[in-house]
Design a protein around this ligand. Structure first.
Ligand SMILES: Nc1nc2c(ncn2[C@@H]2O[C@H](COP(=O)(O)OP(=O)(O)O)[C@@H](O)[C@H]2O)c(=O)[nH]1
Ligand SMILES: [Mg+2]
Length: 220
């Protein structure tokens, strides 16, 4: 019997990379900086995007892609801010991919945007492999996931520009060492920027806002 080896995974990822590059060029042409925001369900992705819209919406024109397996709950949260939002349901898939993002870009008023915030599907594994065309990759973990969550998911931390350790207001209550999470991220990726945040402490969000602003200056 003859055996044929088919590298399906490799081909799929290669095709995705090509599409992601096209998305990147399309966004570049409009001067848009896109952020791929990843993290588990409940880590605080939607909350941190909402805070970014609140703080930066007056100075930049922001659009959002809300990735989810089903439903448009997050998309409806963003719509309250009167920004263009596309809800992107993946069905059974645990990550967005470049084709889904291309479909969303086709529906967004690109000429009217400076920043595109993409909330990926809640997952710390699959999204790491799929570029979307973003300029910056962000991973959010919360202390309630346990302070070993970073060392359990090395790939995503190795590929991101920014790691956010969120919900530090409840570190003591859940018995988590937020500083260990920070040092784990830096050990995995010495060039990653790491922030500790809490929506309850306004100034802890400043670093997240400054990261977006700095990316606007560097990437454009
Ligand atoms: N205590 C605390 N709760 C937070 C913080 N950030 C988000 N949450 C809560 O965590 C839950 C999940 O947040 P959400 O932004 O929807 O997470 P997502 O699934 O990653 O988009 C919500 O009930 C938020 O209000 C934080 O800094 N501290
Ligand atoms: Mg969300």
């Amino acid at each position: 019997m003859c055996e044929i080896e088919v590298e399906v995974g490799h081909d799929v990822l290669e095709a995705n990379e090509e599409l992601a590059l096209r998305n990147h060029h399309l966004l570049n042409g409009f001067g848009i900086i896109a952020f791929n925001i990843m993290g588990a369900i409940g880590s605080g992705k939607t909350t941190l995007i909402e805070l970014a819209i609140e703080r930066l919406g007056g100075r930049y024109r922001i659009g959002v892609i809300a990735g989810d397996i089903v439903a448009d709950i997050d998309a409806n949260r963003f719509k309250r801010y009167d920004v263009p939002v596309i809800a992107m349901n993946t069905g059974k898939e645990c990550h967005l991919d470049a084709l889904l993002v291309k479909n969303a870009l086709d529906q967004l008023p690109l000429e009217d945007l400076d920043i595109l915030l993409i909330e990926n599907v809640g997952n710390l594994i699959c999204p790491a492999d799929y570029s979307l065309g973003e300029s910056k990759r962000v991973v959010i973990v919360s202390v309630s996931e346990g302070d070993d969550i970073v060392e359990k998911h090395p790939m995503i931390f190795k590929t991101c520009d920014l790691a956010i350790v969120n919900k530090v207001d409840i570190s003591d209550a859940v018995g988590a060492d937020a500083d260990k999470m920070v040092s784990d991220a830096l050990r995995l990726n010495p060039s990653i920027k790491v922030l500790k945040t809490s929506k309850k402490v306004g100034e802890s969000i400043d670093g997240w806002i400054e990261f977006i602003e700095a990316s606007m200056n560097v990437c454009r």
